[in-house]
Ligand binder design. Structure first.
Ligand code: HEC
Ligand code: HEC
Ligand code: HEC
Ligand code: HEC
Ligand code: HEC
Length: 209
């Protein structure tokens, strides 16, 4: 039916209210987006600095810092293999059986050894199932443990020092030389895509199965 009176659809008052609501809505949406962005970038979302409950109160500050034990002494795979690995209970008891026997604290290590298994440590670094990682590749390129784990030898309780989210990994993979890395394998290659030269290390399949 055609409009007869020629009156506007909304009264001027209602129109002003609608405008105000739209401005407020847009501001809220912007605030929400900014908050989501800040949360995704913030360390707490990625559990940076949070320790995990452990069966034994192990301290890197005492063992790697104070005693000066090499990281590879306990994490033998870190130099070459994909996984860094955890020390076998025998290695702890080698020092703690008689000399530095803190008996009660070592019950979980002994129980694990008797059962033929290994001590179950909680991880503060575990990546999601769909992401692949390789310690040896980074060691070969001269990327030290501190680049990703921080000053572990100063930690009384082990915490995550870096967010380890995708953007953080890519930051280095797009330009490893800027972070002091010297690639020896895949990291030296580039690929052409739509006329642009992209670093091969930034390819999705490098980190995703
Ligand atoms: C005496 C053995 C020993 C030495 C030496 C040692 N670690 Fe560890 N490391 C452990 C044990 C045990 C754990 C598990 C308990 C914990 O997280 O504190 C661990 C855990 C870690 C974790 C956390 C793993 C995860 O999944 O979250 C990192 C990272 C790590 N060590 C790095 C290092 C670095 C870097 C060095 C050298 C500066 C080092 N460690 C030296 C025994 C050792
Ligand atoms: C090279 C010898 C050596 C090895 C290997 C070793 N420790 Fe120790 N550990 C020590 C010494 C030394 C101390 C300090 C004792 C002290 O201060 O009275 C210590 C202290 C401790 C303490 C007491 C910490 C505290 O806060 O008082 C725990 C728990 C411990 N070690 C666990 C472990 C575990 C678990 C392993 C194996 C992953 C391990 N240690 C391997 C030598 C060793
Ligand atoms: C480029 C970053 C990076 C570097 C460099 C690096 N790590 Fe890791 N580390 C990680 C990530 C990511 C994980 C978790 C891996 C996963 O969940 O698959 C991890 C896990 C670990 C773990 C837990 C056990 C395991 O094998 O998953 C230990 C222990 C560890 N790292 C020790 C070391 C030591 C020691 C060095 C130096 C020799 C080192 N890391 C260098 C990123 C790094
Ligand atoms: C400080 C720089 C740096 C950081 C941070 C870093 N990487 Fe790397 N990564 C490298 C370099 C350099 C290489 C290539 C080494 C080579 O050329 O052999 C590499 C290689 C790899 C490889 C092996 C590729 C292959 O097939 O040879 C994987 C997988 C990988 N990175 C995953 C990750 C993940 C996941 C993270 C984040 C948790 C990460 N990286 C963080 C520098 C870094
Ligand atoms: C240098 C390693 C690396 C590369 C290259 C990489 N990713 Fe990731 N990706 C990660 C890591 C680490 C995570 C887990 C942490 C996170 O969610 O940020 C992840 C998570 C993801 C997720 C899950 C996000 C979520 O919210 O659960 C998706 C989807 C994804 N990546 C897609 C891609 C695609 C598409 C590419 C290629 C354009 C790519 N990734 C390249 C390391 C990488």
């Amino acid at each position: 039916m055609p409009e007869e009176s020629g009156r506007p659809l909304f009264s001027p008052r209602a129109d002003a209210r609608l405008r105000r609501a739209m401005v407020v809505g847009a501001l809220l949406a912007a605030l929400l987006a900014a908050t989501a962005f800040a949360m995704a970038r913030s360390g707490s979302t990625w559990r940076v600095g949070e320790a995990a409950p452990q069966p034994i109160p192990f301290s890197h500050a005492i063992h790697a810092g104070g005693l000066g034990l090499d990281c590879g002494f306990c994490h033998a795979g870190a130099a070459r293999a994909a996984g860094a690995g955890m020390p076998p209970g025998e290695l702890c008891l080698g020092c703690h059986q008689q000399v530095w026997n803190v008996s009660a604290q070592f019950a979980p290590v002994r129980a694990a050894l008797q059962g033929g298994g290994s001590t179950t440590w909680s991880s503060v670094h575990r990546l999601p199932e769909h992401v692949r990682f390789h310690h040896g590749a980074h060691a070969a390129a001269g990327v030290g443990c501190t680049a990703c784990h921080g000053a572990v030898e100063e930690m009384p309780r082990t915490v995550r020092a870096e967010p380890l989210h995708m953007g953080w990994c890519l930051d280095c993979h797009r330009d490893p030389a800027a972070r002091g890395a010297q690639p020896v394998g895949l990291g030296r290659l580039a690929q052409q895509h739509g006329g642009a030269t992209l670093p091969a290390l930034a390819n999705c399949t490098v980190c995703h199965k």
